[in-house]
Design a protein around this ligand. Structure first.
Ligand code: ADP
Ligand code: ZN
Length: 598
């Protein structure tokens, strides 16, 4: 940045210098023959001067040359009195106009250069702080247009339903006029809804690629981070440009940044700009006929906070869900990204998909990349399963930081804690198998971790399974209490997850005998939510107390379950922890052997 801007100043200086040289060269080409003033006087006396024009300090004119031809000349005047005197003594003399070139340069050019320099510097600085500052007026710089996108539906995997819903749009974009004749109803706005990294942008690009139309894109947050009025101008500009190139797609990422419901988040103030921009967007959406072939697509992961005006018929009335992929979907996504990587034919993609529940497309792309990097670092020619396993670990729990030191006592606590999770989990039926226990510190959050891999993605869970899950989450703390007679802060994430499950069991799944089959998780939306005020649920104070009681009861009874299991298997716990302390990680088979072996 710094370097580039110095460069530009040099360009300006060199430019000025070149102009000056060229100018003086041209001036000299047209310059008249200059003669000394004394010679002029002589010529005058000899009658050789034909005509002259006098200016303040120069005389220009025509004279007769030695061979009688006419010649142009000029001379600089000298004070008449002085010249008469000098003439008497036959001195050769001439007038000279003082060169003001350098003075002009310094008094004119230098301040200009200085001014330009300072202005340029300030602009740079401001542009750094204020995105879009440089592009006042027509904001073409920030509107991205891509023609002939190479992305196709085959590059987007695991979102088949979304693709199906979008095929109609592609048919339309390929031939807008014909589509209308057939009476097809074309949506104006399509809202892609889903968590970050699930491939919403990719999908929108694939629609453009499949239809062979230009793809205009902007991010909702870019509209807002500007001075008042600019966002609206930019929206206008975006639509203007897009309409000229119809059929085409306009894609607005992070629509929520721009389309947050009006009135929400008023505390922070200064949202006039966003509102203006939003209004302009609504105006533009209403103002064009979809028959011209402009399709507006937008992405958001928080559809619930969008201004209802955006979702009305004729605006973003078509919603397409782009959800986290299931196991089959993950496998398909992995295959897409594996196309460009040299992999060992022995790898089992479905197994990798099984290890990555909850990951989205972007994570999986990252995973493949990470595995490939690991293989390169290990000097391999193909990426094999061990690279993927390690990459999964890295991505799940942050980067492996072998050399981050934790003290001996802490390591012991962590080892027993993790072993506690594993033993409780493996002793209870219906919990996910423990695939790996590790006490290698990764990242900040997790000191160690126990990796439980669900065999399949689950949609239904029984009460017993949920209770067992809570018990295994509490197994870590229970182990600490049994071995050390004290508990540590290491369990706070376990506690929060266990509590969440217990809360859902009672409030959502009707699994508490005391409260019965009642749904108690109604979440009343109110504008106050944004200000951090909780809206009260629609149940009585007494019910609320019972809920708290029931949560506490479930947690403490499951804690007792964990304690009982671990007390019974205390020798497995100590032995397992010792192995863990020595090797830092234990794999599934070894865990099984440990637990069954004693
Ligand atoms: P979003 O817009 O939903 O946040 P992106 O479309 O920007 O997600 O996805 C980021 C990257 O992740 C993509 O460029 C692609 O490499 C990868 N990716 C995400 N979802 C998928 C998918 N369904 N299939 C293949 N790759 C995907
Ligand atoms: Zn734990």
């Amino acid at each position: 940045m710094e370097k580039e801007h110095k460069f530009s100043i040099w360009y300006v200086l060199i430019g000025i210098w070149i102009v000056l040289i060229v100018q003086s060269y041209i001036a000299s080409m047209f310059a008249l023959k200059t003669i000394p003033y004394s010679q002029f006087m002589n010529l005058l006396k000899q009658g050789k001067i034909i005509e002259i024009a006098v200016t303040e300090n120069q005389i220009q004119g025509k004279m007769r040359g030695p061979e009688g031809q006419t010649e142009d000349f000029k001379t600089v005047r000298v004070d008449p009195e002085l010249s008469t005197m000098l003439d008497q003594y036959k001195v050769t003399f001439k007038g000279q106009i003082e060169s003001t070139f350098l003075r002009d340069l310094i008094s004119w050019v230098f301040p200009i250069v200085l001014f330009i320099g300072i202005w340029y510097f300030l602009m740079k600085r401001m542009a750094g702080q204020q995105p879009g500052f440089m592009s006042l007026g027509k904001n073409k710089a920030k509107i991205y247009v891509e023609d002939e996108l190479k992305i196709r539906f085959t590059d987007v995997a695991g979102v088949d339903e979304a693709e199906q819903e979008l095929t109609e749009v592609i048919d339309f974009l390929k031939n807008p006029s014909k589509f209308g004749e057939l009476g097809g109803k074309i949506p104006k706005g399509i809202l892609l809804v889903g968590p970050p990294g699930t491939g919403k942008t990719l999908l929108a690009k694939a629609v453009a690629g499949e239809s062979g139309v230009p793809f205009f894109s902007m991010s909702g947050s870019e509209f807002v981070e500007m001075f008042v009025g600019l966002g609206a101008a930019r929206v206008r500009d975006l639509f203007e440009q897009a309409k000229k190139r119809a059929p085409c797609i306009i894609f607005i990422d992070e629509l929520d940044a721009l389309g947050k419901a009006r009135g929400l988040g008023g505390v922070t103030g200064g949202h006039d700009e966003r509102e203006q921009t939003l209004n302009q967007l609504l105006v533009e959406m209403d103002g064009f006929d979809s028959k011209i072939g402009v399709i507006l697509m937008a992405a958001t992961n928080r559809p619930e906070i969008l201004d209802p005006a955006l979702l009305r018929p004729g605006r973003f009335d078509r919603h397409v869900l782009v959800d986290r992929p299931d196991k089959v979907g993950r496998e398909a996504i992995l295959k897409v990204h594996l196309r460009t990587v040299k992999v060992d034919p022995g790898i089992d993609v479905s197994q990798i998909a099984g290890m990555t529940p909850g990951m989205v497309g972007a994570d999986l792309a990252n995973l493949v990349n990470e595995a490939a990097l690991l293989a390169v670092r290990r000097g391999k020619r193909e990426v094999d399963m061990s690279d993927f396993e390690e990459a999964v670990e890295r991505i799940i729990a942050g980067l492996e930081k072998k050399n981050r030191l934790i003290n001996k006592r802490e390591r012991e606590i962590v080892a027993h804690h993790e072993m506690g999770h594993a033993i409780v989990a493996m002793s209870l039926p219906g919990t996910d198998p423990v695939q790996k226990i590790s006490i290698i510190p990764r990242g900040i959050a997790a000191l160690g971790y126990t990796m439980q891999v669900p065999t399949d993605d689950r949609f239904l869970m029984s009460r017993t399974e949920l209770l067992n899950k809570i018990a295994s989450l509490l197994g870590g703390r229970a182990a600490e209490e049994i071995i050390f007679g004290d508990i540590s802060t290491g369990a706070h994430n376990d506690l929060s997850r266990a509590t969440d499950i217990a809360k859902s069991m009672i409030k959502e799944y009707g699994m508490s005998d005391k409260l019965g089959q009642v749904y108690l998780a109604h979440d009343k939306r109110s504008p106050f939510l944004d200000m951090g005020m909780q809206s009260p649920g629609d149940y009585s104070e007494a019910t609320s107390e019972t809920i708290d009681e029931e949560i506490r009861r479930i947690i403490s009874s499951q804690y007792k379950v964990a304690l009982d299991i671990l007390k019974e298997k205390k020798d497995v716990l100590t032995k397992g922890a010792a192995v863990l302390l020595e090797k830092e990680k234990i794999e599934q088979e070894e865990i099984k052997a440990l637990i069954q072996g004693v």
